[in-house]
Design a protein around this ligand. Structure first.
Ligand SMILES: Nc1ncnc2c1ncn2[C@@H]1O[C@H](COP(=O)(O)OP(=O)(O)OP(=O)(O)O)[C@@H](O)[C@H]1O
Length: 324
């Protein structure tokens, strides 16, 4: 059974717009527009898109907070909006922007309350709490009130709360937002282990491409409510048609290097940046450059993921421009 199944789902909202000084009209906004995808057990999937693309709306439909306007959603075989209580036992949810913990209670007491909400047995709770405390390094602040925790500590506490009942699927909305480098690394390392060692299925929305590169074997990119891409990171390079760059350090400054199919896109003293088409044989280009010039150092760079995603967002917009 697939862990998540989304079939031709749309979600529209009615919004009121000012159309004149005293006039308002109602308009329908399609936040999610015909999205379909499936997630298999044990997958780790990234859900990316610019602001307002429809990510949070999708997550809310997966967790049962919102009901789709049309189409069907199944998580662990259940209809989230109709079987929310049954689903809660199989699903963990973390929203980076808000906490599910009680501000005035020490973290330990908050987690005990969560234990009762999910009806986790005392023995299972003890061993699970001990395990999560070790993995997320909660020990030093288990007895601190939640309001006194740093953002990174609170996020680790929220992860523990979402996972106390050992759900099969974990849905995360921006779990690393605002975290410093060390906290990010802890959270990412934890999620990676959860997925590889426990087999928990994870769906993650983020604007942080570092999260995606570190964790996700598959990415879905949504733009204007539609899926613009669904596949591996390597495939994204092919879809966007990304070039590679050869950075060449010569012994001394020289005019821009020209070779068939290769273009010097930047020259800075003895350093030149050459654009290689994807199909070019990098070894042959390196040999040709070395034959003509005295080369001190050479590096081959793939277009980074930030650039790929920016290009894909731009392309999705260009595709739609004529119909708007
Ligand atoms: N309750 C609502 N009522 C009206 N419009 C809404 C509502 N919720 C979302 N929208 C609109 O739906 C669209 C998608 O919003 P959504 O929050 O899903 O985007 P997002 O991809 O999560 O963005 P971000 O990265 O900024 O969180 C936006 O145009 C938003 O204004």
């Amino acid at each position: 059974m697939r862990m998540i199944e989304v079939e031709d789902v749309t979600k529209s909202f009615t919004v009121r717009r000012r159309t004149g000084r005293f006039r308002r009209s109602r308009a329908r906004v399609r936040a999610v527009d015909g999205v379909s995808f499936g997630v298999e057990p044990g997958e780790f999937v990234g859900y990316l898109g610019p602001n307002g693309a429809g990510k949070s709306t999708t997550i809310k439909m997966l967790t049962g907070i919102l009901t789709p306007s049309t189409g069907t959603v199944r998580v662990c075989g259940l209809d989230p909006s109709r079987q929310r209580t049954a689903l809660a036992r199989r699903l963990g949810v973390v929203f980076g922007q808000r906490t599910t913990l009680w501000w005035d209670l020490p973290l330990r007491d908050s987690l005990t309350l969560v234990r009762h909400l999910y009806r986790v047995e005392a023995a299972a709770f003890r061993s699970r709490l001990a395990e999560l405390t070790a993995l997320l390094e909660l020990g030093p602040f288990l007895d601190t009130p939640v309001r006194q925790l740093s953002l990174g500590q609170r996020m680790r506490g929220d992860l523990a709360a979402a996972l106390l009942h050992d759900p099969r699927v974990l849905v995360l909305d921006e779990p690393t937002i605002g975290l410093d480098v060390v906290s990010k690394a802890t959270v990412r390392g934890f999620l990676e282990r959860l997925n590889t060692e426990r087999g928990t299925t994870v769906l993650l929305t983020t604007h942080d491409l570092g999260d995606i590169e570190r964790l996700c074997r598959r990415v879905m990119i949504v733009d204007h409510g539609r899926l613009a891409y669904d596949g591996g990171l390597a495939g994204l390079r092919d879809v966007v048609g990304a070039d590679r760059q050869l950075v060449v350090d010569l012994a001394r400054p020289a005019p821009p290097i020209t070779l068939p199919g290769v273009e010097a896109v930047r020259v800075d003293g003895p350093r030149q940046w050459l654009r290689l088409p994807r199909e070019a044989n990098a070894a042959a280009v390196v040999a040709a450059v070395a034959e003509r010039h005295e080369v001190v150092d050479i590096a081959l760079r793939e277009t980074d993921i930030e650039e790929l995603v920016t290009r894909l967002y731009g392309r999705a917009r260009d595709d739609r421009a004529p119909s708007r």
